[in-house]
Design a protein around this ligand. Sequence first.
Ligand code: GLC
Length: 561
Amino acid sequence: MERKWWQDKVCYQIWPKSFQDSNGDGVGDIPGIIARLDHLKGLGVDILWLSPVYKSPLADQGYDIADYRGIDPRFGTLEDMDRLLAETKRRGMYVIMDLVANHCSDEHPWFRKALADPEGPYGRYFYFRKGENGAPPTNWRGYFGGSVWSPVPGRKDLYYLHLFCEKQPDLNWQNPAVRREVMEMVNWWLDRGVAGFRIDAIVNIGKPERWESFAPDRPDGLADCRKMLADPVARRRLHTYLGQLRDEAFAPHDAFTVGEVFDTDPAELSLFIGRGGFFSSMFGFSAACWGKSPKGWYAAKKPGPDDYRDCAFASARQAAGIGFLSNIIENHDEPRGVSHYLPEEAASDPRAQKALAAVQMLLPGLPFLYQGQEIGMTNTVFPSIDGVDDVNTRGEYAAALAAGLSPAEALARVAPMSRDNARTPVQWTDGHAAGFTAGTPWLPVNPNYTRVNVQAQDGVAGSVLEFYKQLISLRKNDKYKEALVWGGFAPVHQEQPGLAAFVRDGGGRRLLVASNLSGGEQRLELPGAAGAVLLCSDGAPALAHGVLTLAPWQAAVVELA
Ligand code: GLC
């Protein structure tokens, strides 16, 4: 595999609105991020992915962009952004931004001009279609529920397409002028010093030639819009546009890019992340998708540790020899990993959180941490649906009600999946608003902040935070890097319930990573003679006669002779 500058890095996602507020308005901002760079440097992370900070009405929390070259005043200014780039560079860190170009905001000047003249040049930046007999052009359901079509105000029977919410009109990538605008904007940021992009919802940019309704798949009479993405013409177009992005923007800058790509055919992996692929990396979402139901969140099943292990291992094997997947246990769209993958009674147990961390951080691929993960932040509590901010959760709640659930049942079922879980403010201290803001936080702080916060863990032996630091420094240690970054991967006793173990080998070293993801003891025969124990989450593992015995929720890394 070709060696690239980003392969031995550790990445960290910042969701700016909830990271750190600097001016007391209750909303996180770029100066707040700058103020916390030493925490991130101390943790050992290198590449920071900033969720959108562009000018936006925040209908989908910044994933609805009104100006691609402007910073939203709530987050700061372009000068703040330049300062962040300089401050990270000074610390040997990198910033990647979020490229949200499947759609923009309905408040973007392009869309405003398009609405004023749908037949004019800006009309061709979007998808306008005529309905039939008072019904929208197709019966596609958007990602957040409801039709993907909204009527154009004042125009009888004319609709515009939005796969996400109605304030996120889809950009028409078939129009070369749109692609030109995107290429120029991406190059503008890369020239400014951004190291690359996380690329949002990108599989949606290729649209089919024929737009047809599908058989309804829910009581709302609509059909999942994703069905059209499988269309061969849509797929071909996607590949063409991604190739153009790579050739005209990413490759000339040697940028680091990571795609948000769901539903990839394993046969396409090399096209996306192989040598000369569209992206440097893409997220491995197989565990995140486990248990999801076409009916909606209310019908989703909760995965357990073994499901997480099996998904993660399968993805690692698929990507072997092809490229680097980006490994997550959570992000701003997913529940907190510890709440989602660990059994309920273990979600807040630091031992269990560390055992999960060991697996994620030492798998092949790039580890991505999400803000607050490093201290074991958990899902929050939802007293009522009225307190929920997330547009997606409200859509899923409506779907649960439509399926006949009572309001209380609907809330109880969608709450564990809500995107607000990961969006509560980062817990820095046990003081006012967890140290996130001097004012009132825009979203309530998770009530467990008095116990779970950075201050309580920083420098404290045995804490989740300190363990993450150890995992990261092990991964970066020159002695083990060949094995842990570029080396092979072989599962060990994957059939053993509650055990996630694998060997990483490279540069003449073999390391066994063994994590007990259960509340009972785990014994495992070593696949080789034991050498040094390089790391253990709690105490020391018992090693005797070629057998490793792990205490409940204990994780260890053992060098094999
Ligand atoms: C991606 C983002 C999500 C957003 C959506 C629309 O899935 O991660 O937060 O709502 O795209 O931009």
